[in-house]
Ligand binder design. Structure first.
Ligand code: SF4
Length: 310
């Protein structure tokens, strides 16, 4: 039996013994997605975290996602395979700098994309994900001014979609900024029957080429419902595993990145810091654990609950 399969079986047995649940983001490697109890995008994972009655949540994603799970279900033990799995968006919005930035915009509603730290969430009126960002912005009365952080690309997309003039924090996702327009056009010319779908964290020139723009789960639903047989996917490469399971008869091609890497795609190095080995060890030792101060949890819960209400 392959080493990965042995580890997968050991994890499944340990998970049952410890009454744990494994949540994995779509951007995790296929071998982690295969043993997860639930695979989803940030919004779906937040909802599941709020509902679960498992004793332990093993969160295979990046740190801010595990923090969100802890905020939504503080009595649970939330553990992560690698505590250093960060995110360029969350790390590019340090709390002290954001606090100073907000001083320039008093009387603004603060909407933050879920890809930010718990401390940034405490400074927000609303949290949103790429699945519900348009709804959240539209739910804010038109006379209110808005600061949107930390993703400027998603922010620009939302300004276009909602017509709201928002102040944007200058953050971005390294993975979604890595797509090459030149290579994408070249790929499309070779596959003129393909439909380009893109995540709104991508840059505006990539979004202009897309026939569909949406969150990871939005893209999956779109491709499932579409009668077209071929798609070029502009988001993190890990999603192709789940998509291909959903539409085995369709051709899915990852959008090419600027770099000439081995996968000819864009992969999140932070997401890929997790491995089966690290996941097994963290479940065995119930560590590293996400530990947050009670006050931080209480304050960060408010804008997330606002989002879940909408
Ligand atoms: S893909 Fe981008 S936004 Fe998502 S975790 Fe990686 S760096 Fe962060």
């Amino acid at each position: 039996m392959k080493k990965e399969n042995v580890l997968q079986q050991k994890i499944i047995a340990l998970k049952q013994q410890k009454k744990a649940v494994i949540f994995a983001h779509y951007y995790q490697s296929p071998e982690i997605q295969e043993i997860a109890d639930f695979v989803g995008d940030s919004l779906e994972l937040s909802r599941k975290a709020a509902e679960t009655d498992a004793k332990i949540i093993v969160f295979a994603g990046v740190y801010f996602m595990a923090e969100t799970a802890k905020i939504l279900n503080p009595t649970k033990i939330v553990i992560v395979p690698d505590i250093n799995a960060g995110c360029s968006l969350a790390d590019g919005c340090p709390p002290d700098k954001f606090r100073d930035f907000l001083k320039n915009y008093p009387n603004h509603k603060v909407v933050t994309y879920i890809n930010c730290s718990a401390e940034i969430k405490t400074m927000s009126d609303y949290v949103c994900t790429s699945s519900n960002a348009v709804k959240v912005i539209n739910a804010i009365p038109p006379e209110e001014n808005i600061v949107f952080a930390p993703d400027k690309n998603l922010g620009k997309y939302l300004i276009n979609e909602t017509g709201r003039d928002m102040v944007l924090w200058e953050g971005s996702c390294v993975v979604h900024e890595a797509f090459s327009l030149e290579k994408l056009i070249d790929l499309y010319q070779k596959n003129p029957d393909a439909v380009i779908v893109a995540h709104p964290e991508s840059e505006a020139h990539i979004l202009k080429t897309a026939q569909y723009i949406g969150s990871t789960s939005g893209m999956i639903n779109y491709i499932k419902a579409s009668p077209k047989p071929k798609f070029i996917i502009a988001t993190e490469n890990g999603i192709l595993h789940k998509m291909q399971q959903e539409v085995p008869h369709k051709i899915l091609i990852p959008a090419p990145s600027k770099e000439d890497n081995t996968c000819a795609c864009s992969e999140c190095a932070f997401m890929k810091m997790n491995s089966l080995e690290k996941l097994y060890k963290c479940l065995l030792k119930e560590s590293p654990e996400v530990l947050l101060a009670e006050e931080l949890i209480t304050k960060a819960q408010k804008p997330i609950q606002q989002m879940l209400k909408i």
